[in-house]
Design a protein around this ligand. Sequence first.
Ligand code: DQA
Length: 150
Amino acid sequence: MTKPVYILNGPNLNLLGAREPAIYGRDTLADIEALAKARAKALGLAIDFRQTNVEGELIGWVQEARTAASAIIVNAAGLTHTSVALLDALQASELPVVEVHLSNIFRRDSFRQHSYVSLAATGVICGLGAKGYELALEAVRGILDKTTAA
Ligand code: DQA
């Protein structure tokens, strides 16, 4: 049995749907989870989809992923721009990491244009809304196929 892809979501993403819809869209996190589940199934991947508002909990999940997951898709939300500790955990995981943001962080405030997470990421998808999670799963499929074929 192949290990699941952990899809980890950070602070305030539980408010999607109601939170600044002009920036983040109308999809709720449950809508995104359903979309990701369907896409994962079609790609032959299992997912474990989680959200937390607590930095330490997110770091704990990344540590857990080291042995329990095949890859990590992460939208660290505000922690993207602040958390060296999360970066350290992602680097320690030695897993493929795909970073996702719903909004295009490069068209926004200057403090959002730096990501600690990117230093640990194989790739970054931003600005494409919920679709970004589906694209991240496609990317993970490709990465895993390459590593197992080698
Ligand atoms: C976000 C972008 C971050 O800058 C912001 O703090 C979020 C969401 C996104 O998905 O666009 O909470 O990660």
